[in-house]
Design a binder for this molecule. Structure first.
Ligand code: SF4
Ligand code: FES
Length: 255
């Protein structure tokens, strides 16, 4: 009998099943049809350490209260639709693990700040996307590449704006910015990040147009360098650094 057969016959080691535990979530609810103002509601949910906040929201919606309203799409940190305030910090619900939070206390969940609240965890994103559109976040070039050729860009040229290509437009940065909360006109970090992505792209020739837009009184100079945006970004983008680079480009008058 071969060694392999003996090993196959040996009893499999017992693997202990993970144990669930109860977590209390306190969620800020608002239904425009019935509520004059937002209210907090408690839910006790059976969770595992490897569950995410998004799993908790699903469990509440599917098992306790179908009216709980929130956005999500990819569930894997790509679409940017489930940014919310979790224990006072802007995070993606699908990227926040229960094991990384203090479950000896209730977990507070509410909508992101600074944008009009529509229902429960959903805000109106239109003002956010309006600012995004205003910075012309698309490649513009007056010249066409040679027929059959690509626009050549070196690794070093690409590296200059690599960080800001990672934005998923979740609004976690913009809605964590105290200037944005108090001044509804400020473009906000996400719009500047997306302007940065094209201002520093060597294939684009409309940097000056975007720099003029951001030199406006509601543009980059509103930033007070609080770093809330960098701390909030689930993609790890150095948002404050990108804003500083755009400020320097505005002063130079070119990328
Ligand atoms: S910069 Fe980061 S936090 Fe801001 S919108 Fe983009 S991905 Fe979200
Ligand atoms: S659901 Fe898409 S980023 Fe969280």
């Amino acid at each position: 009998m071969s060694t392999a057969t003996l090993e196959a016959d040996a009893p499999a080691p017992e693997i202990e099943a993970p144990k669930p535990f109860t977590v209390t979530f306190i969620i800020r609810r608002f239904d425009p049809d019935t509520d004059a103002e937002a209210r907090w509601q408690d839910f006790d949910v059976e969770m595992y350490a490897t569950d995410r906040i998004l799993d908790a929201l699903h469990k509440i919606k599917w098992e306790q209260d179908g009216s709980l309203t929130f956005r999500r799409s990819c569930a894997h940190g790509v679409c940017g639709s489930d940014a919310m305030r979790i224990n006072g910090r802007n995070r993606l619900a699908c990227k926040t693990l229960i094991k990384d939070l203090d479950i000896t206390k209730p977990i507070y969940i509410e909508a992101i700040k600074g944008l009009p609240l529509e229902k429960d965890l959903i805000v109106d994103m239109e003002p956010f996307f309006q600012s995004f559109r205003e910075v012309q976040p698309f490649l513009q070039s007056a010249t066409a590449p040679e027929p059959g050729k690509e626009r050549v860009q070196s690794v070093a040229q690409r590296a200059i704006f690599d960080d800001t290509t990672k934005c998923i437009l979740c609004a976690a940065c913009t809605s964590s910015c105290p200037v944005f909360w108090t001044d509804g006109q400020y473009f906000g970090p996400a719009a500047i990040v997306n302007a940065h992505r094209f201002i520093f792209d060597s294939r684009d020739d409309q940097a000056k147009v975007r720099l003029d837009i951001l030199n406006d009184q509601e543009g980059v100079w509103r930033c007070r360098t609080t770093f809330n945006c960098t701390e909030a970004c689930p993609r790890g983008i150095e948002v404050t650094k990108a804003i500083a680079e755009v400020k320097q480009a505005v002063m130079r008058g070119r990328a």
